[in-house]
Write a protein of this length. Structure first.
Length: 154
């Protein structure tokens, strides 16, 4: 008995196995003119989308797709920069009851992945000549609960 692996003991296993960038772009269409503006006051148009797909019995891919368009609030025609990323990871989910899969994919996986996504976007803004672009933490539990409530109401 002591020689059994966790898989043989039916112990739930959940871990990120591989993280990768599927798509990424950063553009500053008004450079260098945008850097001459004094007292930039940014306004952010932000869009987040979560996707997941089952790869096999024990593996799923979860991706976070973010588009952020940063404008000068004083002159909304002035785009400071636009960044788009689809950041993904393969997660192993073994011996996890099927009724928990939806929540794990919508909450736990993005919670593990998002800090890395946030760092990539922040570093791209700095490398693009701007102040660090720190996205606010995202409450994936609330997003999941709201989506579930909307499905029930429909």
């Amino acid at each position: 008995m002591a020689d059994q692996t966790p898989e043989q003991q039916d112990i739930p296993i959940f871990r990120m196995q591989k993280m990768y960038i599927k798509d990424f772009s950063f553009e500053s269409p008004n450079a260098p003119k945008v850097f001459l503006n004094k007292g930039q006051n940014p306004k952010v148009d932000f869009n987040l989308q979560l996707k997941n797909q089952k790869l096999d019995d024990d593996h799923s891919e979860v991706s976070i797709a973010i588009t952020a368009k940063v404008l000068d609030k004083n002159n909304e025609d002035q785009v400071m920069f636009i960044t788009e990323i689809e950041h993904a990871a393969v997660f192993m989910m073994k011996n996890i009851p099927e009724e928990h899969h939806e929540r794990v994919l919508a909450v736990d996986c993005p919670l593990m992945l998002f800090p890395f996504t946030r760092q990539i976007v922040c570093q791209a803004a700095v490398d693009g000549g701007f102040m660090p672009f720190l996205m606010e933490p995202i409450n994936f539990v609330a997003l999941y609960d709201n989506a579930k409530n909307q499905k029930q109401d429909a």
